[in-house]
Write a protein that binds this ligand. Structure first.
Ligand SMILES: CCCCCCCCCCCCCC(=O)CC(=O)SCCNC(=O)CCNC(=O)[C@H](O)C(C)(C)COP(=O)(O)OP(=O)(O)OC[C@H]1O[C@@H](n2cnc3c(N)ncnc32)[C@H](O)[C@@H]1OP(=O)(O)O
Ligand code: NAI
Length: 313
């Protein structure tokens, strides 16, 4: 069942693409990590011209490798009986992705910039104020932030009407949802373009106001926090907590597996930010065990260890 659904999602990512008809054809994705590489992949699969940007050439090399492998997984299912067509699909999609270590240069040819860099307001501000000065007038800016306010992120740019949130889910090629977030000044035209683009890259779009965590993370963060606290208190083992939520609630991953998958550093950025903003909300109080794991560099799957141990890729 799961497999069929996932195959369907991937097929839709490609076949419904119609990116050729969409107004947005040139996308610059800034941040080549977990999320940026997935956003670049689904955009290229849908026929968009993509520039993937990261400050680190090593990250870009790693991203290209993982995008190639993930496109291969997609092609294997889509072109099960036509391996040559599958190879063509992979090579044509890969050819649409250029890489760069210069965000300003890469923004100059963009219809849409999707930012997926570290979850830190001042770093995002620095990036967007730089880009606002160089990107063409028509370029729409979007942030993939998990937890920060879109209004606050866009406070540094002049084009507030051409700014919004495009919140993807991890792993991007598989997860079907895109949260499209309207800031206080997002224009109707920008909102419409973002919705159309989301559909063109194969996602089901929902709309949310600029509220903390939008829909999914407003529900997911307290859930994961409570799971960590349960484990920290010694009420149940990590494995049993995860098994309970998979078998008892039907979730594909348990909460601690999911926290490792998302990255414990990202989790901590979110929790610390919300605690600072809402100091009287006990759900967002710091979790000593999370702070300890992050301080030890145990950031989850990407670091080889978090709540669990993993083979390093
Ligand atoms: C810790 C502190 C707490 C404080 C605060 C906590 C905050 C936390 C909130 C979140 C923070 C930020 C996150 C965010 O903003 C929003 C999110 O993204 S939340 C995460 C949402 N994602 C999920 O919930 C994932 C749930 N898991 C799954 O759906 C599956 O487990 C998964 C698809 C990941 C893997 O499936 P599984 O069957 O286990 O493994 P397989 O490897 O066999 O994959 C299945 C299937 O899918 C294909 N596939 C997998 N990955 C990719 C890929 N990247 N590209 C292409 N294809 C992929 C794979 O090939 C398999 O296909 P088959 O045909 O079945 O072989
Ligand atoms: N990890 C997850 O499951 C999800 C994360 N997000 C959000 O997406 C964003 C990115 O998260 P991840 O991909 O997980 O992080 P990541 O740590 O995997 O990747 C971030 C990348 O941005 C690069 N970077 C940092 N500053 C930069 C700059 N100024 N210019 C260019 N590149 C820069 C870093 O080198 C790094 O490779 C965050 O805002 C996060 O909250 C959203 C949905 C899910």
């Amino acid at each position: 069942m799961t497999k069929l659904v996932q195959f369907g999602v991937i097929a839709r990512n490609f076949s419904s693409s119609s990116a050729m008809q969409a107004a947005i054809k040139n996308v610059t994705v800034i941040g080549g990590g977990l999320m940026g590489s997935g956003i670049a992949q689904v955009s290229a699969q849908a026929g968009q011209n993509v520039i993937l940007v990261d400050l680190s050439p090593e990250v870009l090399a790693k991203s290209q490798k993982s995008i190639g492998a993930n496109l291969g997984r997609v092609a294997k299912k889509m072109y099960k009986d036509k391996p040559q067509d599958g190879e063509k699909f992979v090579s044509e999609s890969m050819a649409r992705i250029k890489t760069s270590t210069d965000p300003a240069e890469a923004a100059k040819s963009a219809d849409l910039v999707v930012e997926a860099i570290v979850e830190n307001m001042s770093v995002k501000h620095k990036l967007f104020s730089q880009l606002d000065g160089v990107a063409p007038n028509h370029t729409i800016f979007a942030s993939n932030t998990s937890s920060l306010s879109i209004n606050e992120i866009c406070s540094v740019v002049k084009r507030k009407d051409r700014f919004g949130g495009l919140h993807f889910f991890n792993p991007v090629p598989v997860m079907r949802l895109l949260e499209v977030v309207r800031g206080a000044e997002t224009s109707d035209a920008t909102y419409k373009s973002m919705m159309e683009w989301g559909k063109a890259v194969g996602k089901t779009c929902i709309t949310c106001k600029d509220t903390p965590g939008f829909v999914v993370n407003r529900l997911l963060v307290p859930y994961i926090c409570e799971a960590i606290r349960l484990y920290e208190r010694g009420d149940a083992s990590a494995r049993d907590i995860d098994t309970a939520m998979k078998l008892g609630a039907g979730y594909p991953m348990g909460p601690l597996e999911l926290a490792d998958y998302v990255g414990l550093d990202t989790n901590k950025f979110i929790l610390d930010g919300w605690h600072k903003k809402y100091p009287n909300q006990p759900l967002f109080n710091p979790i000593p065990l999370l702070d300890k794991l992050v301080a030890e560099g145990k950031l989850g799957v990407k670091a080889g260890e978090g709540f669990y141990k993993y083979d390093k890729k």
